[in-house]
Design a protein around this ligand. Structure first.
Ligand code: ATP
Length: 499
């Protein structure tokens, strides 16, 4: 019986007694208010972690085969899980069991899925909580919750007749951030201390072996005590999926959807560099919604391509710029696209002037392959592409607009990358120790050089810019293929293209 139930019983009994002896409502109302407050406070102190666990248990278990890519993470996790599967051998060999595994990686990469798959693989009971659930403004509440959590985890495993339990703590950085960092640090520190005590108390001689799996996207703020050997013994990186991983994840999320046979999923995987598993799941879902809205029986490639845009930039907006503004946007985007094709042939995926999210139009590039290292030439080419929009506006319309603010910010970031990587005229330097004036001058130098190149490139292409921008104004969108066709034709008939 919980404290809340006892309080409820006492409250009802008192109210009945008071009604019997003294039919005045003031003390009754006073007592009712008092009990209401006590009731609220007791419910604060007893979060229902088990409710989370139960609701997850009812769902279909997740297997490792339902997780696309992440081969390294899966392998490392499987190795660690052997400790749960072979407790006798561990004991016989005198091995210290693994108590915690830390999954580190960007949001939506499948950390929760991996923890769930670990539970079904080891036939363990599974309990999931978020680090934020432990943090209270009242001293001692968090520590008490930690104690309850471990007790509930054991109780749940016993109830399910399981010998092991996986306790998954998402956003563990909230619970396990460096001590002394927070303003109400006493409460935070007490909570973490209690967590470390519970972790240290785990052993392979218990009737239920608990493995704690933590997940975070901010490993740098974790308290070192949490990661020391004997606590979170393994740190497993769960990175954004590579090309093969993206393909697998797309296939997984499209298996229950009617996909057209003609769809080239590899192409979609190539276009989604930087997408997490969650983005890809969303992409498959959005493509299905688009197909349904258009009364199509199957999901076609163009649905997937449009869904990529939607996932990157957001929903299409009703906002319709007037013709003059539309022309400027078309000229701007054409400038980006032409520079991209000139410096990096075959790189443009689509150009559109459909407003989405914060953008009035956009040009999307698709990398030929996943890049993890960038050369100076690559970075300079990317700066050139960013500047293409505003240079095009200046050449065709005689003036620039605020539409280039985002491009300039990106160009500055790229220039800083060049300087930080020791690829600028300054040689190897530390950006943060550079005098601001010198940093600014070097950035300007890099950007000015590229701006001059772009102006030279586009000055001879005014006719082509106007032609493509007119198509954009009429059609709203132009594919990379059509753009390349137009460029080839213009090259073959230079006199018509150059006005
Ligand atoms: P967060 O750090 O934000 O908590 P997470 O890394 O825990 O995110 P999950 O909750 O595991 O991410 O993933 C969210 C959703 O994204 C999943 O339900 C699944 O649909 C999809 N997903 C993510 N990664 C993968 C993957 N590798 N394979 C298949 N689906 C994935």
């Amino acid at each position: 019986m919980r404290i809340r139930d006892v309080l409820m019983g006492v409250a009802v009994a008192l109210v009945i007694i008071l009604l019997w002896y003294q039919p005045s409502f003031i003390p009754i109302v006073f007592l009712a208010g008092l009990f209401f407050l006590l009731f609220r406070f007791s419910s604060f102190k007893t979060p229902r972690f088990s409710a989370v666990g139960r609701s997850l248990a009812k769902r279909k278990p997740v297997g490792f085969d339902q997780i696309g890519g992440q081969e390294v993470a899966k392998k490392e996790l499987l190795e660690a899980l052997d400790f749960l599967l072979k407790p006798q051998q561990i004991r016989r060999m005198g091995i210290r069991p693994i108590k915690g595994i830390m999954l580190v990686g960007p949001p939506g990469t499948g950390k929760t899925l991996l923890a769930k798959a670990a539970a079904s693989y080891t036939q363990s009971s599974f309990l999931s909580v978020a680090g934020s659930e432990f943090i209270e403004m009242y001293a001692g509440v968090g520590a008490q919750r930690v104690r309850r959590l471990f007790a509930e985890c054991r109780a749940k495993a016993r109830q399910e007749h399981k010998k092991s339990a996986i306790l998954f703590i998402d956003e563990i950085d909230i619970l396990g951030g460096k001590r002394g960092m927070h303003s109400s640090h006493l409460e935070y520190d007490q909570t973490l201390n209690q967590f470390l005590v519970e972790l240290d108390g785990l052993g392979c001689h218990d009737d239920v072996n608990i493995l704690v799996i933590g997940a975070t996207n901010r490993p740098e703020i974790l308290d070192p005590a949490l990661l020391r050997p004997g606590r979170f013994d393994r740190v497993v990186r769960v990175d954004l999926p590579d090309l093969e991983g993206r393909l697998q994840i797309l296939k997984l999320h499209l298996t229950n959807k009617p996909l057209d046979r003609q769809v080239d999923l590899k192409k979609i995987a190539r276009e989604t560099f930087g997408f997490s598993g969650a983005h890809l799941e969303n992409l498959a879902n959005e493509a299905a919604i688009l197909a349904m809205r258009q009364n199509e029986a199957t999901i076609k490639e163009h649905h997937l391509v449009e869904a990529v845009d939607k996932v990157i930039l957001g929903e299409k907006l009703d906002r319709k710029p007037d013709r003059e503004e539309l022309w400027r946007v078309a000229v701007h985007e054409t400038g980006h696209a032409l520079v991209s094709e000139i410096v990096n042939p075959g790189s443009v995926s689509t150009v559109t002037i459909t407003p989405r999210g914060k953008a009035l139009g956009y040009m999307r590039q698709h990398p030929e392959r996943d890049y993890y290292l960038h050369t100076l030439e690559y970075l300079e080419r990317q700066i050139a592409v960013q500047l293409g929009g505003s240079v095009s506006e200046k050449l065709i319309l005689g003036s620039r607009s605020t539409g280039a603010i985002g491009d300039f910010n990106q160009a500055v970031e790229l220039a800083k990358k060049i300087i930080g990587a020791g690829l600028s005229s300054l040689g190897v330097v530390s950006i943060k120790d550079l005098p601001r004036g010198l940093l600014h001058r070097t950035i300007r130098q890099i950007i000015n050089a590229q701006e001059q190149c772009v102006t030279d490139l586009l000055a001879g292409q005014k006719g082509l810019i106007k032609e493509i921008a007119s198509i954009l104004v009429d059609e709203e969108k132009i594919s990379g293929e059509l753009l390349r066709e137009k460029i080839t034709v213009a090259r073959d008939e230079p006199r018509q293209a150059v006005l």
